[in-house]
Design a protein around this ligand. Structure first.
Ligand SMILES: Cc1cc2nc3c(=O)[nH]c(=O)nc-3n(C[C@H](O)[C@H](O)[C@H](O)COP(=O)(O)O)c2cc1C
Length: 186
């Protein structure tokens, strides 16, 4: 696929199945490494969660939800538990925030976000589907501890990856002129 066609047509896919092979994953991670990154801090790392580990993640999510809301219904708890089973592979994008004289925290988070976007694009380029998810589980202390994150690390996203189930969505083509204005000074 032509690079511009790829950039103009990428969509997220929520319904994912099948598998992601080692070559596809390597290509995805190589794309992540090409994220723009002020001062080359490489603030990002990724946890690969597949197979039975997805169930372990689901149990961790359920424990975190139950702690946050002890009155949660068993139905909602079960829904939380099966969330990681929505794709064969999840990459947890983690940002490690360091003190830096020129690179504030926001730039380290943005660099990690750019790495996530490259992951989405590399998945799409290979005919795979992907979706960037967060939700309350991305900002939960129990989840962070269960994922063995250090105190200076933050979850930037759970990237669900797999083969697209059914037909891919059509991209919503927005009129770019609505998002840009000339600025010529005062
Ligand atoms: C930081 C971030 C967090 C997101 N979290 C969620 C989420 O938890 N659940 C969800 O359904 N979509 C989430 N989204 C939106 C989807 O990833 C996706 O962008 C959206 O469904 C629009 O689809 P598109 O990428 O095809 O335009 C998130 C997007 C971003 C950038």
């Amino acid at each position: 696929m032509d690079a511009l066609e790829l950039l103009h047509s990428r969509v997220s896919s929520a319904r994912l199945t099948g598998s992601v092979d080692d070559v596809q994953l390597e290509n995805i991670l190589k794309a992540a490494m090409r994220a723009p990154d002020h001062a080359q801090l490489k603030p990002f790392r990724f946890l690969k969660i597949a197979g039975n580990a997805r169930e372990t993640l689901g149990s961790l999510f359920a424990r975190a939800r139950l702690t946050a809301d002890p009155s949660i219904s068993s139905g909602d708890l079960e829904k939380t538990k099966v969330k990681p089973l929505r794709a064969p592979l999840i990459l947890v994008a983690v940002a490690r925030i360091v003190e830096h004289p020129k690179v504030p925290e926001i730039e380290q988070l943005l660099a990690t976000g750019a790495a996530v976007q490259n992951i989405l694009l590399a998945a799409y380029a290979q005919g795979l589907g992907a979706i960037w998810r967060t939700g309350s589980m991305a900002y939960n202390q129990i989840v962070n501890e269960g994922l063995d994150l250090a105190p200076d690390e933050r979850v930037v996203g759970f990237v669900y990856l797999g083969e697209v189930e059914g037909n891919a969505r059509k991209p919503n083509q927005l009129p770019v002129q609505d998002f840009v204005r000339d600025w010529t000074g005062r």
